[in-house]
Design a protein around this ligand. Structure first.
Ligand code: PAF
Length: 284
């Protein structure tokens, strides 16, 4: 397994893979890897000749009061996990090589980036789409692998690839959950035991809402109110950014539930912001 820190060297390595007619599967991460990331890595390995994983905590996708400084970092542990998965290349640039002095180009997907998480994290998706554009130009994959837990991120990146005619396919893999349903996330590490127990409310609320919808309730506002009520019953939930029923393509809130819907939640337990979602197919 090769570890590359310099963007130009990664580009050279990818060019070499392409000359050898090898397809590159790419998993971008911010490290602190868990089973969710590893499921993407396994899929990338299965589908391609070569799997490249990036580890880069991207400063420009964090707001000034967000957790960039304390975002969990475990480089040694990550390298070990990726070695066990038999990954070909880890790309691990530092901030100054990704954003050298004078860096002034940003990539922004409007509208869908401003909805859901975007409304509460201004500039976040601009940071994501900028770094993902750079990473794709450096790694040159055939297929990009993302997790459904960050559903809005996957929708925004699909739009980016389409609008800029980027010749990359995207595979969105299912959310990997703990036994009690909590979606795996590097930020779960911030939770103490009590908070960790409280966090189970998120998936429970998504499941409860989906069951009510499956039982025939089609009123999105009613479902949203039920979700808020349920989440507020958990005293350790400090803020609810959003909870409700959304169109899975446009991310706009839905009043009348038909066909496919997205049930999504973002909230804080203490200072830790957690998100989760499920997609639901409705037979009308
Ligand atoms: O999902 C993430 O970990 C990040 O947003 C990504 C895609 C690696 C970009 O920094």
């Amino acid at each position: 397994m090769e570890i590359i820190r310099i963007p130009k060297v990664m580009q050279e390595t990818s060019r070499k893979f392409l000359r050898e007619v090898k397809t590159i599967g790419f998993v971008p991460t911010m490290g602190a890897l868990h089973e969710g990331h590893l499921s993407l890595v396994r899929r990338a390995k299965q589908d391609n000749h070569v799997a490249v994983v990036s580890i880069f905590v991207n400063p420009i996708q964090f707001g000034p009061t967000e957790d960039f400084e304390r975002y969990p970092r475990d480089i040694e542990g990550d390298i070990e996990k990726l070695r066990k998965e038999d990954v070909d290349t880890i790309f691990m640039p530092d901030v100054s090589s990704m954003y050298p002095e004078g860096f002034s180009t940003y990539v922004e997907v409007v509208d869908i980036s401003e909805r859901l998480c975007g409304a509460f994290r201004p500039g976040h998706f601009k940071g994501v789409t900028t770094v993902v554009t750079k990473l794709l130009n450096i790694v040159k994959p055939k297929i990009l692998y993302l997790g459904q837990k960050d559903y809005q991120q996957s929708v925004v990146i699909k739009r980016l690839l389409k609008d800029l005619d980027m010749d990359v396919d995207i595979v969105v893999c299912p959310t990997i959950r703990e036994k009690d349903g909590l979606a795996m996330s590097s930020r779960n590490m911030y939770l103490d035991n009590e908070q960790r127990n409280a966090a189970r409310i998120i998936y429970r609320c998504l499941i409860e809402a989906s069951e009510i919808i499956k039982a025939g309730i089609k009123d999105g506002v009613y479902i949203k109110n039920i979700m808020f009520k349920k989440l507020k019953e958990e005293p350790l939930v400090s803020t609810i950014d959003y909870a409700g029923v959304y169109d899975p393509d446009t991310l706009v809130e839905i009043n009348e539930i038909k066909k496919e819907i997205l049930l999504a939640i973002a909230l804080r337990i203490g200072n830790t912001r957690l998100i989760d979602n499920i997609l639901l197919e409705i037979n009308t």
